[in-house]
Design a protein around this ligand. Structure first.
Ligand code: SF4
Ligand code: SF4
Length: 201
């Protein structure tokens, strides 16, 4: 389909129109951890997308995701695989000329998607990852592999795992943090803080 264009050849889907800004959607993201983000300041320059390390696999560019949020198009934001393919490398945030902080915005949108019950492979991976880190404070990768991909994934990844273990990059046995009690106290404190003030991230 031929895209409509406005003045100066600017594509309509890049157009920031103040009267379509959706304060509610932006406030939701800001409350979920994007406090420092300046979503409404985005001028759709595309610098974030130009430097994004995972853009080739995303269905929506970081630039367009910010535009969707400005317009309050939550459905499209939550459906987008961009939330789950962003690797939080922060290149977009370091290059954005308007201080929008797309990486923080994506992290916040991801947390909202999970709290709204969105389920896919990525959310399952995140849940298992968090559960295992909370258990010992240090991730034991073979356990993650087994819980996420089952026995087949473990067998498939075994040659790589052995190579990494031989080079000292992967522990063959589960390890724990030095002071597990202190670690679990800190986790509990964090959970209580979030329960009492859900606006904190
Ligand atoms: S670099 Fe910043 S201002 Fe430019 S499109 Fe991305 S978020 Fe918007
Ligand atoms: S933080 Fe995410 S959106 Fe930003 S450049 Fe990295 S992968 Fe792309």
């Amino acid at each position: 389909m031929k895209r409509k264009k406005c003045f100066f050849g600017l594509k309509v889907d890049r157009q920031v129109d103040g009267d379509r800004m959706n304060g509610g959607a932006m406030a939701k993201v800001l409350a979920e951890g994007g406090q420092a983000a300046a979503i409404s300041a985005c001028m759709q320059c595309g610098t974030c997308s130009g430097g994004c390390t995972n853009i080739d696999r995303m269905d929506v560019s970081p630039r367009k995701l910010i535009l969707m949020l400005q317009r309050g198009d939550w459905e499209s934001v939550l459906k987008s695989n961009t939330l789950w393919l962003c690797s939080s490398c922060y290149i977009c945030t370091s290059r954005c000329p308007r201080g929008v902080r797309p990486s923080d915005v994506i992290e916040a949108a991801k947390a909202i998607a999970i709290s709204e019950g969105i389920e896919n492979d990525a959310t399952r991976f995140h849940e298992i990852f968090v559960e295992l880190v909370q258990k010992r404070g240090i991730l034991f990768e073979p356990e993650l592999m087994q819980k996420y991909g089952g026995l087949k994934a473990m067998v498939d990844q075994a040659p790589l795992g052995i190579q990494l273990a031989l080079k000292g990059k992967l522990s063959p046995l589960p390890a724990s943090v030095k002071n597990p009690d202190q670690f679990h106290d800190a986790l509990e404190k964090r959970k209580r803080t979030r329960t009492h003030n859900p606006d904190l991230s």
